[in-house]
Design a protein around this ligand. Structure first.
Ligand SMILES: Nc1ncnc2c1ncn2[C@@H]1O[C@H](COP(=O)(O)OP(=O)(O)O)[C@@H](O)[C@H]1O
Ligand SMILES: [Mg+2]
Length: 260
């Protein structure tokens, strides 16, 4: 299966304030298959956001290689890096919407800044996206006037505007209640199935949505464990994985009645 992202022996270390070195990624290797959904889970401070920043070239690895569609981004600079970044759509914690822009303006922003499209074309695209994410009728509202779930949908609509081949989600359900969390994950799954992009979802727990993830990677103490399916995690013999499963997955996950 072709991969969208490959980490090869990636090392990332930070110097702490007391001068000690903190090894966040200890030579990790993994592949993220193209056109599938991978969940990267792990406790707070384990290096999930650092991993995404390495993918985006916002941070440099100390050693090892990061490939995006077979291109080594640890060697990319300047314009090349810019071009590589256009492949990504990102939705980070808190949606990062502009408070002073309306829903319409927020979604239109990447088109206005990154393309030469006319206002008429932009209007058509944005209205289409708003309809798709069930936001029609809200175009003139400001982010503060929306529920948390709607804000995430606006963020998703905006991130999709440049037709990314890879979507990165960093703890996208933070601040949402369990019902809304499930709804958002279902929306991600439907959107991914429709557009076929590669989806990488970072989460501090394993999303309790059966079938959301094609692959799960658990990050712990600088190491990564890769599981071909969420069910596989439950059979792991490693104590730290068993502990993580018990803590974050609980009973719901055992139920095969929970579908996409
Ligand atoms: N720019 C930085 N400078 C120093 N330490 C950092 C930096 N970015 C992240 N870290 C440290 O790396 C660890 C992993 O961070 P992060 O990837 O943000 O964790 P999380 O898994 O919660 O997303 C944390 O201990 C954090 O303090
Ligand atoms: Mg984080």
């Amino acid at each position: 299966m072709p991969s969208a992202i490959d980490f090869r022996n990636v090392v990332k270390t930070f110097a702490k304030k007391n001068g000690e070195l903190q090894s966040v990624l200890n030579g990790v290797s993994f592949s993220i298959p193209a056109g599938k959904t991978t969940v990267i889970a792990g406790g707070s401070g384990q290096g999930k956001s650092v991993t995404l920043k390495l993918v985006l070239g916002l941070m440099q690895a100390d050693a090892g290689q990061v490939f995006v569609h077979d291109q080594d981004i640890t060697r990319a600079r300047g314009r090349e890096m810019e071009r590589l970044r256009t492949q990504f759509g990102v939705l980070f914690q808190g949606s990062a919407l502009f408070d002073s822009l309306t829903v319409f303006e927020n979604v239109a922003l990447p088109l206005r800044e990154r393309t030469e499209k006319s206002e008429a074309e932009i209007k058509t695209l944005v209205e289409g996206a708003l309809a798709q994410f069930e936001l029609s009728g809200h175009e003139e509202k400001y982010p503060a006037q929306l529920s948390g779930g709607m804000q995430k949908r606006v963020g998703l609509a905006r991130a999709m505007q440049l037709k990314p081949s890879i979507m990165l989600f960093d703890e996208p359900t933070t601040g949402l209640d369990p019902v809304m969390t499930r709804e958002i994950y279902h929306l991600f799954a439907r959107t991914q199935a429709e557009f076929g992009f590669t989806s990488v979802i970072v989460s501090h727990d394993i999303p309790k949505i059966f079938n959301l993830a094609d692959q799960v990677i658990i990050l712990n103490n600088g190491e990564m464990d890769v599981f071909g399916s969420p069910e596989e995690i439950q059979w792991s013999e490693k104590p730290h994985i068993q502990e993580f499963v018990k803590m974050t997955m609980g009973d719901i996950y055992q139920s095969h009645l929970v579908e996409k």
